[in-house]
Design a protein around this ligand. Sequence first.
Ligand SMILES: [Zn+2]
Length: 325
Amino acid sequence: MSRRRADWPADPESLPHPVVDNHTHLETVLRETDDGGWRDDDGGSREGVDDGAGEVWTPSSAKRVQAHLDRAERVGVTRHVQVGCDLDAVTWTDAAVRADRRLLGAVAIHPNEAVLHAGVREMAPDGLEPDPRPRHETPLDEAIARVEEVARGNERVRCIGETGLDFFRAGERGREVQRETFRAHVALAKELDLVLQIHDRDAHDAVVEVLEADGAPERTVFHCFSGDVELARRCAEHGWFMSFAGPVTFRANDELRRAAEAAGPDLVLLETDAPYLTPHPFRGRPNAPYLAALTMRTLAEVLGLELAAACRTVEQNSLALYGPW
Ligand SMILES: [Zn+2]
């Protein structure tokens, strides 16, 4: 893992119809690429274990966000769901979605963040040491109350997420905290009639169990869908949306492409999960919303649709979920 200046891939060919990036972390894009030098780490999203202080919204943030959104717009990625899922990012997202009409917001306390707010200091199954930041001094219930406050107070926050279970990163006690936090977020999404975006890492069955037991919100999305055909069919039975990120373009992921095919056009969404999970052939380089145009081409092929028709489908599904913006 080395740090160097962000080496952005060239703009992909423009899409024939506008699409929505259903899940991006612009505050992390700014922090990890523009500020800190890019970390060459293809291990996927590291939310909850970042080593920097949280990004703070400043007047210059608006300009920098605008530059990323302008670049995306030029290739047909015209609208975005900005996901703030740590306490600092929740506040950042509240400000960001007021500053640029192309953004809607999603807010939550990420499962790996919840564990730290709860004071659990277990080593992760992969050997990662807990690394609490100043924000984790806030007790978990207060952190969740802050999510609710922002979601209630901002009409452009239309989603609770990402929330769910991360068994890749959590030990025994952490999993318990994650489950209760997930349930609290499910209840909040239902109470406020908002979309729910789910983070499911190595926890497919347990996530479905919670949703079936408590009752899922009417509009539920598996963000960065990572299941197989069977999970895709289970989601489809419930009418849960499945959002596909860069991994659907990776050469080795035939299984994931079969899952996307099984999801079918009616329930499919597109996302970057930027700044990580950069689509093929740019793995290892930084990701940003403009690169959703690459993932969109793969998704169209997998769905067996012409590119323009697939783009229209993604746009319509996104608007049906969140309402117009
Ligand atoms: Zn994410």
